[in-house]
Design a protein around this ligand. Structure first.
Ligand SMILES: NC(=O)c1ccc[n+]([C@@H]2O[C@H](COP(=O)([O-])OP(=O)(O)OC[C@H]3O[C@@H](n4cnc5c(N)ncnc54)[C@H](OP(=O)(O)O)[C@@H]3O)[C@@H](O)[C@H]2O)c1
Length: 243
């Protein structure tokens, strides 16, 4: 029996973990995949790369969206609605994020806080809110999969010996945890989780170690394809994480 169609939008999927999640999803014939980024050319290049790969079976569409810009978010919702032909968006993967700690010396702490929260916290929350009407049309169980970080766990990162002290990035991911909880409680029909993909070799960590993002992105794919865990919930590949 063929599987029901599943429409999935992954923000920031022109590169890194988002692209690798899109790559896994592109192999599935029942998936309608929205590859999303803030630069139209880079989104198109990513789609061409996916389409050239062996086993690319998904229906793939593009979306241009800068999640730090409300006009761009609302235009993207209209575009996705049109491309879905009035059908539901089943899964929104909020993957796009920035880590700007390296700019503190140049730009100052306030600017770096503002620019980081504009994407990782406010941008993600506003994107989720904007896509809720499309998600609530889903008959397979709408899902929001937020890509967070283990560093967003106040419980874990307050333990003695925790070494990663990125105040701005970590607090933006703690805010994302709180946003995940609020979204889940306000929208009980939508399954909302936040995931830590672990350390991955991507631009975000200046390709400085961790696993290949084709590996790290598997948890994102798993939670996008199936309603896993509780809503709200916070998970990594090993299981549940404390908030
Ligand atoms: N890499 C790790 O070790 C690690 C660990 C834990 C959690 N994470 C999380 O995993 C997710 C993916 O990160 P990554 O490692 O793949 O980083 P990355 O390679 O830097 O990719 C980030 C993606 O987000 C997009 N993005 C940034 N700002 C945006 C905006 N304003 N609007 C739309 N898209 C925007 C980027 O687009 P552009 O290409 O246009 O900049 C890019 O596609 C993030 O949520 C990150 O916090 C990563």
């Amino acid at each position: 029996m063929s599987q029901p169609k599943l429409s999935i939008l992954v923000t920031g999927s022109n590169q890194g973990l988002g692209f690798e999640a899109a790559r896994h999803l592109s192999k599935l014939s029942h998936v309608h995949l929205f590859v999303c980024g803030r630069d139209a050319n880079r989104v198109q290049e990513a789609i061409e790369k996916l389409r050239k790969e062996e086993g690319c079976e998904a229906e793939i569409d593009s979306v241009v969206m800068d999640i730090a810009d409300d006009t761009s978010i609302h235009a993207a919702v209209v575009d996705v609605d049109k491309k879905l032909g009035g059908a539901a968006l089943d899964v929104l993967v909020n993957n796009a994020a920035v880590a700007l700690e390296n700019s503190i010396e140049r730009d100052g702490l306030r600017t770096v806080f503002e620019n980081t929260f504009a994407v990782n916290a406010f941008g993600t929350a506003i994107t989720a809110e904007a896509f809720l009407p499309l998600l609530k049309r889903s008959t397979v169980g709408p899902r929001i999969v937020n890509v967070g970080s283990g560093g967003g766990s106040c419980t874990n990162s307050s333990k003695a010996g925790y070494t990663v002290n990125l105040m701005v990035y970590k607090s933006s991911k703690s805010a994302l945890n709180s946003i995940t909880i609020s979204l889940a409680l306000a929208n009980p029909e939508v399954h909302v989780v936040v995931l830590c993909p672990g350390r991955n070799v991507t631009r975000m960590n200046t390709y400085g170690g961790g696993v290949d993002p084709s590996e790290g992105s598997k948890i994102i794919v798993d939670y996008a394809l199936e309603q896993k865990g509780t809503s709200p919930g916070f998970y990594n590949a090993q299981g549940e994480l404390p908030w």
